[in-house]
Design a protein around this ligand. Structure first.
Ligand code: HPA
Ligand code: ZN
Length: 337
């Protein structure tokens, strides 16, 4: 990638719409929190833990990701984790981020729901980066568990803007969560779901038709179904693509084989995101830099990806426009738009 394009991509204002806050726990912080909380880890050192970050698929990652999250016990732990991520996001010129969190990972260990939400929310309130929260249900657990989780979170309804669906995809189709998404919809929450990461395009269709989601997280397998691709493009349903994640979890063999450009060429609203930055080799700018280094992308793509990140956000229209105006001013010197 040429040096000027690299500089532009790195410094342009952007939003991040797909990152799991538990996936921002760096090994150093995992060890520090383990020590602070007296939690025994199955790894002898920071280096040994980092060496375990070689994944064959989504499940092999999730096993380590849930083990890492076991050090989170106190409200302050959630604060410290979130503050560390927001500092990294700010350094990458992220103006707005919509952060996923997995309450069931914590409430199942006896951590009160209020401590999870307050700790994450307090760090968001203290940050210069605009940040909102999306509560994700773990799809390997039952819908009853998801319904109980949503009810337990209702006292904190004003602290999160939406719900999502994550964890092991194959064998846990969106339909399994029809009732809990209907309930979230009645409550006026925004709706998203992981679909078409490892799972088939049919899961993308049912996330739209049964859950009524507004964005698809990942969604890279949409191209296997031409009619569905046309529909997702026509309805302007954004895909929150996570390139480094996709390569680390072997969805694609290497970055040169990633379908990001085909997705854009099909007219889809594509965004770039970090997913689990501590586990997959970098924060959002590392994801942009990896795709720009490996695929024939230019200045117009950079602008489109950043603009999409704001357009596809759940910000009020006036806030979207404010950030897009900043983006336009940034690009005014470079002959695009
Ligand atoms: N897919 C599904 N569940 C997840 C992911 C992911 O990429 N990251 C954290 N939980
Ligand atoms: Zn994800």
């Amino acid at each position: 990638m040429n040096v000027q394009l690299q500089h532009i991509v790195r410094n342009m204002p952007k939003a991040e719409l797909h990152m799991h806050i538990e996936g921002s726990l760096e090994p150093e912080l995992i060890f520090a929190l383990a020590q602070r909380n007296g939690v025994q880890l199955p790894y002898p050192s920071v280096e040994a833990l980092r060496e375990a970050y070689a994944f064959q698929d989504l499940q092999s990652f999730l096993d380590i990701y849930y083990a890492g999250a076991s050090v989170l016990l106190k409200e302050q732990d959630f604060y410290d984790m979130t503050a560390a991520y927001l500092d990294r996001a700010k350094a990458d010129h992220v103006r707005h981020t919509e952060i996923f969190f997995d309450p069931q990972t914590h409430t199942a260990r006896g951590v009160p729901m209020g401590d999870v939400i307050h700790g994450i929310h307090r760090a968001c309130a203290d940050s210069e980066v605009s940040a909102t929260l999306i509560l994700c249900f773990l799809r390997h657990l039952s819908e009853e568990d998801a319904l109980a989780t949503l009810e337990a979170a209702l006292p904190y309804r004003d602290r999160f803007i939406g719900v999502g669906l994550d964890s092991s995809e194959v064998g846990h189709p969106p339909e399994k969560f029809a009732r809990v998404f209907a309930r979230a919809r009645e409550l006026g929450l925004h709706l998203v779901a992981h679909a078409g990461e490892e799972g088939p395009p049919a899961y993308i269709a049912s996330a739209l038709d049964v859950l009524h989601v507004e964005r698809i997280d990942h969604g890279v397998r949409v191209l296997e179904d031409a009619a569905l691709t046309r529909r997702v493009a026509a309805e302007k349903i954004a895909l929150t693509v996570c390139p480094l994640s996709n390569v680390k979890l072997c969805v694609f063999d290497d970055m040169g084989g990633h379908n990001l450009l085909q997705l854009m060429d099909a007219g889809l609203v594509v965004t770039i995101n970090s997913d689990d930055p501590a586990y997959f080799g970098g924060y959002v700018n590392a994801n942009y830099e990896a795709v720009f280094a490996s695929l024939p992308l230019g200045l117009q793509h950079a602008y489109d990806l950043a603009k999409n990140s704001f357009t596809a956000s759940f910000l009020p229209q006036a806030d979207k426009q404010k950030f897009i105006d900043e983006l336009d001013a940034y690009f005014a010197a470079f002959n695009v738009v």
